[in-house]
Write a protein that binds this ligand. Structure first.
Ligand code: ZN
Length: 212
């Protein structure tokens, strides 16, 4: 089961990826409004095993420290995310919100699998697509046909590449080589805006259809 909760001034999507049988699961990008997120977790009886971060920008990590403390669970980010979490200029909190930093507990890399302890059939594969940031990843479930893509790709758009570590050409290449090879019906859950699918973006995203 996937639940989206939209949080904060920037309307960032926090996702719950939950096994319906055990109610165990992961939370992806708790960006703000930690108290509201915690209340929802308690109300639903979810047991969160890990906090997963698609990339270390402030609007995706603002409630991470609060929830780690409240839930006592590890925080997981790509290896390149360490410097973003620990540097308020890189995570952009210095410019946009009031500087804050934090540390992750576990680091992952391309191809790693994050498995739910309560039900090992529920797992997410790490797909590293730098270009919006150095640490950008998608968390992909082939079983559930879904990928949490952070700010890599949006409905009809792609992530900005003008922040520190950004690289527009690399981003487009990564999307082509690692996201567009997923099955067309794969649902892409982005950090902002509407969900979409691989097939729809391959066919209509203007960054890949210059002649449309
Ligand atoms: Zn971002």
């Amino acid at each position: 089961m996937i639940v989206n909760m939209t949080v904060g001034m920037i309307q960032e999507h926090t996702y719950f990826f939950i096994d319906e049988t055990t109610k165990h699961g992961f939370i992806v990008d708790p960006g703000d409004e930690g108290k509201r997120i915690l209340k929802y977790i308690q109300q639903e009886g979810f047991v969160i095993e890990k906090i997963l971060i698609t990339h270390g920008h402030f609007d995706h990590i603002g409630a991470v420290s609060y929830l780690r403390e409240a839930l006592n669970v590890p925080v997981v980010i790509h290896t390149e995310g360490k410097k973003y979490l620990e540097d308020a200029s890189l995570n952009l909190s210095f410019s946009f919100q009031g500087a804050f930093t934090l540390k992750a507990d576990e680091y992952v890399n391309e191809g790693d699998e994050i498995t739910l302890a309560a039900n090992p059939e529920m797992k997410l594969t790490v797909i590293h697509v730098p270009g919006h940031t150095l640490d950008g990843v998608a968390f992909y479930s082939s079983k559930e046909n879904v990928a949490f893509v952070g700010d890599i790709i949006f409905e009809g758009s792609v992530g900005r590449s003008d922040f520190p570590g950004g690289n527009g050409a690399l981003l487009l290449q990564g999307i082509r080589e690692k996201i567009f090879i997923l099955p067309d019906e794969t649902v892409l859950c982005p950090g902002h805006g509407e969900p979409t699918t691989v097939g729809k973006e391959k066919a209509t995203n203007p960054y890949f259809n210059m002649d449309l």
